[in-house]
Every structure is written in C-alpha cells, then in structure tokens.
Design a protein around this ligand. Structure first.
Ligand SMILES: NC(=O)c1ccc[n+]([C@@H]2O[C@H](COP(=O)([O-])OP(=O)(O)OC[C@H]3O[C@@H](n4cnc5c(N)ncnc54)[C@H](O)[C@@H]3O)[C@@H](O)[C@H]2O)c1
Length: 265
C-alpha cells in the first residue's frame, strides 16, 4: 500500500469515481486525493458531492463535481468528457454508484427491476465504454468495478440487486478481455458489509420482513461474517486504490473479495 512518506502513488493522475459523494465512493475519492490524484466525482446527490469535493480541496488536490444520474442515456459520455475538460486527463475509473432494492422475490415489480438494472448495469457498462475510449487513446488505464458478495448468493429478498451484481461480474470479465490489448486493466472489488446509507436502508427492510428489530438483525448479520466484524469504507477503499496502483499492473479480470470470508461461509 502507498505510504505518505514517499511520493504519492497517484501524483499527476486523474481518477473518476461514480457515486463519489457518499459511503464507499467518498472514501475512494478521498483515498485517491490523499495519494495525489485529481478526482472527478459523478453523483446524483450534488450537495453531498460538493461536501466530498471540499475535503479534496482541503487536501490541496484538483477536483470536479459532475451532478449526473449515470442511468440516463448519454450521461456516461458527459461525465467522462467533463472530467477530461476540467482535470485534463483520465487514468482511473471506479464504477461505484449503485442502488439497492429489497422486496420478496414474488413481489418484485418491473419498475423496480428496471431501476436497479439501469443504474447498476447499464450505467456501469456505458461508463466503462466512455472511459475506455479515452484510455485507449492514452495507451493505458485502470477500471475498477464495485461488485458485491450478493452476486454469488441466493437471496430471495434481494434478487434484483444480486442479479445486477452478477451482471457486473460478467461485464468485468468481458471488458477486461476486450481492453487488455490496449493496456487497460479491468478488475472488481467485492466489499463486505459496510455501515453506509445503502446498508442501513436495506437492513431496515430485511429486519422488517424478518419481523425482528434492526438491532437484532444487524447483530446476527455481523456474527455471520467469518471475521465477525463489519468493514469500514476506508478499508475497502485501500483495496480499490491498490488495484489502481502500479503494483497491480499485471492484474486484470480479477474479482477481489474484501468480505471477511462472507463469500465462503
Ligand atoms: N454497503 C455495503 O455493505 C456494500 C456491500 C457490498 C457492495 N456494496 C457496493 O458498494 C458500492 C457503494 O455502496 P455504498 O454502500 O457506499 O452506497 P451508498 O448508497 O451509501 O452510496 C452510493 C452513492 O451512489 C450515488 N448514486 C446512486 N445512484 C446513482 C446514479 N444513478 N447516478 C450517480 N450516482 C448515484 C448515491 O447518491 C451515493 O452517493 C455500491 O456499488 C454497492 O452496491 C456495498
């Protein structure tokens, strides 16, 4: 991992983080800034994105905020173009923005299914494509997609989200092979349970369906993790930064699980 004693790992580089306003995306954006990168934050929540940006400014790094919904047609091109215009280049893309949906399998509506897939799959796919076009011209690039342990699990109350993350795994594989000859690596990180806004919202709903208190549900869901603790967004961000670093230059098409053993339990 990078050390603050040495030259910052990402000095002179530019990283674009979707969903960089809150949760894991914010930790990733600040992690890159601490290590010298300029950071583009693309998020639907402009107010929260500006707050993350003010922290990046305090670190003395360059930034841009792009208020955008990645699920909208053409949004990916706009986000990538604006990053290039404001920060001059694009070296790293972290596809982090996602939405979750909790409902019993038999009650999932088409609207909810489409909402999840538009953001988690379509948005991610076209952000890769738009960024890759720029990276191909540069002759290199690093793309990191945020997947989830859910992509490999059978989850009757989380089917749309789990399926969308399985699609992320598939797109990671296809894009890694398609882009390898252009010296662009594509990998994914599968985080364990982090206490973010998304996790809070989903656990409240899971607990309600299970008919138990949120506190009880969260406690048992933490004990289920082989390492018996949750992970912070900052700890997951370290894995993302490592995959974007020169130390991982020969790694592509890899899915890095940072889930405390959750995926093998
Ligand atoms: N929280 C967990 O325990 C957990 C576990 C495994 C995987 N993940 C994954 O980690 C990533 C980050 O999750 P989080 O928990 O930090 O979520 P979060 O809800 O706390 O943050 C997500 C961010 O994405 C933004 N966003 C949502 N939809 C968007 C859109 N259409 N366009 C642009 N921005 C959008 C939100 O405004 C927010 O800033 C997601 O890909 C999630 O699936 C989370």
């Amino acid at each position: 991992m990078a050390s603050s004693q040495m030259r910052p790992t990402f000095e002179g580089k530019v990283a674009l983080v979707t969903g960089g306003a809150r949760g894991l995306g914010r930790a990733v954006a600040l992690g890159f800034a601490r290590e010298g990168a300029g950071v583009g934050i693309a998020d639907v929540d402009e107010v929260a994105a500006l707050d993350t940006a003010s922290c990046i400014r305090e670190l003395g790094r360059r930034y841009c905020v792009i208020a955008a919904d990645i699920s909208q047609t053409g949004a990916a091109d706009t986000i990538v173009r604006q990053t290039g215009t404001e920060l001059g280049r694009l070296d790293i893309l972290v596809n982090n923005a996602a939405v979750a949906s909790v409902e019993p399998f038999i009650e999932i509506t088409e609207e909810e299914w489409d909402r999840v897939f538009r953001v988690n799959v379509k948005g991610l796919m076209f952000c890769i494509q738009a960024a890759a076009r720029v990276m191909m011209q540069n002759g290199s690039g690093k793309i990191i997609n945020i997947t989830s342990p859910a992509s490999r699990m059978g989850l009757p109350f989380y089917a749309a989200y789990a399926a969308s993350k399985a699609a992320v795994d598939s797109i990671t594989r296809s894009s890694a092979i398609a882009l390898a000859k252009h010296n662009i690596t594509v990998n994914s990180v599968s985080p364990g349970r982090m206490d973010t806004d998304m996790q809070r919202m989903t656990e409240e709903k899971f607990a309600a369906y299970a008919g138990v208190s949120v506190e009880m549900f969260v406690k048992s869901r933490t004990q289920d993790i082989p390492l018996e603790r949750r992970i912070s967004p900052q700890e997951v961000a370290q894995a993302v930064l490592w995959l974007a670093s020169p130390q991982a230059d020969y790694i592509t098409c890899h899915r890095l699980s940072v889930s405390g053993g959750l995926e093998i339990s």
